[in-house]
Design a protein around this ligand. Structure first.
Ligand code: KG4
Ligand code: ZN
Length: 358
């Protein structure tokens, strides 16, 4: 079965052709990083306009790279949510038109489920129950996956996503955008023991993440220690490198510490760490060490598949397309889409006034 995946939830316009949900024939990505760089973050209006300009070209490229024609495609999987509404709509509308014109089935895919499936191409088959840490610019979640397609959120961020914290701290230090790769590079010259950041405590005792306090602590440290921002083109100071390394260590310790603690209790057979922040080598190293201690394998996507791409969306949609599922033509973008189909939110959580982010 040949599936065309389409992804446009944030600032990457992507299309991929995937065979039977496990073999990538092509994966085309047009990144908008350069357009958003001057603003230090994604500008939604610019993002949707650029998706509109690029989508046809990107889909044509995915088809020609795979050496197939649109007539060869058996089904389409498109990111339905969560994400930026204007961006999502471009992919969803294009996918609907293609599916209608070709009379082939279409399924809407949860972007976060896509990240879970990003590990299926280059790793052994996932053994269930599995546990997945999905960390990106918009999401930070730990999922319990008792069997394929069943998700229960164990931990989520109470405020910023981990990638968002990297981006904001980089901006604060004058390092540029996106922050994750820049901080990682600079941190390699720094000493992670320089600044001790304490782990955020969640008052109701749930195993959730929180990164906004860490961001504030970095800002306070910068102010109190008179740390000058990096200036364009110049090598950042040793003090910035030490701070970047200490910040990165704090994020990684929080993510891996929570995952390991939950895995000790729930005993998954596979660990998955995916999403843009999974490009980070310090995170990979610590997660690998934790997996070793737990005696289970940990699967990461390669760099190309860690950040947003359409191959993972095709993989996530494959099982449903193979089962004959097809979305009605009324399908639309859903920015609030959640990845949870197992009861987990107890009464207390539902009543709490905390606004959760996916
Ligand atoms: O998955 P992704 O492409 O988009 C979302 O779904 O959000 O993730 C992008 C995020 C950005 O916040 C970026 O700073 C972060 O992933 N990121 C990293 C690294 N590479 C990308 N964070 C830490 N270390 C990295 N090497
Ligand atoms: Zn993503």
């Amino acid at each position: 079965m040949l599936i065309l995946g389409i992804e446009s939830s944030c600032d990457e316009t992507a299309a991929a052709v995937v065979r039977n949900g496990r073999e990538i024939l092509s994966s085309a990505i047009s990144s908008q990083i350069e357009s958003h760089k001057p603003f230090g973050g994604v500008v939604p209006e610019l993002a949707s306009r650029e998706h509109l300009e690029k989508i046809e070209f990107v889909i044509d490229k995915a088809l020609s790279d795979a050496d197939v024609k649109i007539q060869d495609i058996d089904g389409i999987a498109v990111t339905q949510g969560p994400g930026l509404v204007g961006s999502l709509l471009v992919g969803v509308c294009y996918a609907k038109s293609l599916a209608f014109a070709r009379d082939i089935p279409l399924v809407g895919v949860n972007h976060i489920e896509g990240h879970v499936y990003s590990v299926v191409f280059e790793n052994p088959a996932i053994e269930y129950p599995a546990m997945a840490l999905i960390v990106s610019g918009g999401h930070t979640n730990l999922f319990w996956i008792p069997e394929e397609g069943q998700y229960k959120v164990i931990s989520r961020t109470r405020d910023d996503a981990a990638g968002e914290a990297f981006d904001k701290v980089a901006k604060m230090l004058g390092l540029g955008y996106p922050g994750g790769p820049i901080i990682e590079k600079i941190a390699s010259d720094g000493d992670p023991t320089t600044v001790r950041f304490t782990k955020a405590k969640i008052s109701d005792g749930r195993p959730d993440f929180s990164f906004s306090g860490l961001k504030t602590a970095v800002s306070r440290y910068v102010r109190e220690n008179d740390i000058a921002s990096a200036t364009n083109g110049q090598k950042p100071s040793k003090r910035i490198a030490d701070l970047a390394a200490s910040f990165q260590k704090a994020v990684v310790t929080s993510l891996v510490g929570t995952m390991e603690k939950q895995a000790e209790e729930l005993r998954p057979r596979t660990l998955i760490v995916a999403g843009g922040v999974a490009c980070n080598q310090a995170l990979r190293q610590d997660a690998s060490l934790a997996a070793k201690r737990l005696g289970v394998p940990v699967y990461f996507p390669s760099k190309h598949l860690s950040t947003d791409n359409a191959a993972m969306i095709a993989a996530a949609g494959a099982r449903r397309l193979a089962a004959g599922e097809s979305a009605p033509m009324s399908i639309s973008a859903d920015i609030t889409m959640r990845l949870q189909n197992l009861q987990n939110e107890d009464e207390q959580l539902r009543k709490s006034r905390v606004r959760y982010k996916l």
